[in-house]
Write a protein that binds this ligand. Sequence first.
Ligand SMILES: *[C@@H]1O[C@H](CO)[C@@H](O)[C@H](O)[C@H]1NC(C)=O
Ligand SMILES: *[C@@H]1O[C@H](CO)[C@@H](O)[C@H](O)[C@H]1NC(C)=O
Ligand SMILES: *[C@@H]1O[C@H](CO)[C@@H](O)[C@H](O)[C@H]1NC(C)=O
Ligand SMILES: *[C@@H]1O[C@H](CO)[C@@H](O)[C@H](O)[C@H]1NC(C)=O
Ligand SMILES: *[C@@H]1O[C@H](CO)[C@@H](O)[C@H](O)[C@H]1NC(C)=O
Length: 490
Amino acid sequence: MASTAGANVSEFKEKVNLWSDNFVVRNLCRVFVISGLIIFAILVLFFNDPTCKASGFLSTWKISPSSSQPASTVDDVPTNVSHLAFGLQGSEKTYHFRKAYLEAWWRPNITRGYVYIDREPTGDLLPWSPKSPQYRMNDDLSKLIQEIRPRSALMPRMVHGILELFREEHEGIRWIIMGDDDTMFFVDNLVHVLSKYDHTKYYYIGYPSEFVLSNYWFNFNQAFGGGGIILSYPLAKALVRDMDRCLRKYSNLSADLMTMACLADIGANLTPHKGVHQNDLRGDYSGFLSSHPKELVLSIHHWDVLDPIFPKKDRFQSAQHLMKAGNVDQSRLFQQTICHHRPTNWTFSVSWGYSAHIYEKVMARSWLMTPIETFQGWSRSNKPPLFMFNTRRPFGDPCEAPHVFFFESIKETSNNEILTIYARSAPRNLPACPASGNHSAEFVSQVHVFSPATKRPEVQRAECCDVLSVKGSGKADVQLRECKLDEIIA
Ligand SMILES: *[C@@H]1O[C@H](CO)[C@@H](O)[C@H](O)[C@H]1NC(C)=O
Ligand SMILES: *[C@@H]1O[C@H](CO)[C@@H](O)[C@H](O)[C@H]1NC(C)=O
Ligand SMILES: *[C@@H]1O[C@H](CO)[C@@H](O)[C@H](O)[C@H]1NC(C)=O
Ligand SMILES: *[C@@H]1O[C@H](CO)[C@@H](O)[C@H](O)[C@H]1NC(C)=O
Ligand SMILES: *[C@@H]1O[C@H](CO)[C@@H](O)[C@H](O)[C@H]1NC(C)=O
């Protein structure tokens, strides 16, 4: 199962040049180019020969119909999970207790890729779990490391991992996705988001850290490797072709910055996606996840550093529990929907599949979109600005503090709808908000949320909702629906 240790980089580079470039096709096409670009352009435009276009050599010449509308034009098959390859950087030491996180989202025999470890697995890792990605041993880079003297041996190892993944998984691959062994990825959402980009172009997708100082220390323009570094196939290919030079030139940088620097040398800049979460944060992450950015969630990193995201569950159980909702409808997962209940002046804020909040006054959406600062930054300093977004401080004020409910169960209804149930985590222990009519929500123990069975991956506008009923028995029913054309959520 382990890869051939100490693979010869230059020998590999030759192979890279061969991959996906069908020799006969390439040379044939080259003749066309030499015999005149005009003829070639006519060929591409009018004959639309897929074999010629598929060649890496020719992709530079490809004329896309509209540059503002990325689309997969090379073959008409939409991007699916088989076009994604994951490289998950771990270590033998950590994988014993982290494998449960990967196994919560990994789809055996469906998702492609490997977890990379530094030495042969031992103990309870054997026999290797079929629910885990297969493992590969990282190449032995000790000679190179001795020569280039990086800040830490881990740095070139992580960047070189891109080459190690690419070497093995390139057949039919459109995207290379690097993460850590404590990163949860959301595969359906990744497929949807990546299908919007032309995988034959150079794309470097990710997001900076949520913690300001991480970006200041490293770079505001880099994808952080724990949240995920996503490279289109041709960009990954260009990067690994020159991997030796990259590792030498930027040997004193951190791995993610090294990757960014090498990609910058190629001419590629970061395309940010707010669904990628590096999470250089500590403590209770629920405030952030209850006001998630209005983008499909793609990853959650530092699963091992943050508190378990569900009360009374450990990290492993939390990962599994989250995927009960995530396996049904990732498009709505953590999407925040807000509506008001006039008879009581309450505001409901639902983060689908995760939490529901009830506030005892009518609140503006812009305010509720701001995460409650339940978490701390990576370093112990408390001097703002700490985060790359605004926060609300946790409140003792009964008009500002929510009643908090967490996702408990999910099922399909006979109406072909999805019902998610959120249960109160703890009593709020505050009096009712007097300013808005003194209507306490303390008796509500469950929020039932009905959502359409159809997925909703296009998130340009939030969904709306109606509070159907609030029963004396302690159950509140909320129905998600599309907003009306001119509807105001207030
Ligand atoms: C994904 O696309 C490939 C073509 O690249 C196709 O052969 C395969 O059947 C598709 N898989 C799924 C699950 O749709
Ligand atoms: C994956 O495929 C292999 C070989 O086809 C099979 O033996 C194994 O049971 C499959 N694993 C899962 C979890 O489906
Ligand atoms: C890394 O190397 C460059 C040039 O060799 C140098 O300018 C820079 O200060 C070094 N950075 C660190 C953190 O050592
Ligand atoms: C809702 O709150 C307003 C003050 O913001 C108050 O005037 C009104 O009476 C309240 N309505 C109910 C039904 O309590
Ligand atoms: C609000 O309700 C509580 C309990 O129902 C009651 O004790 C209190 O006097 C009420 N306050 C106002 C301002 O009506």
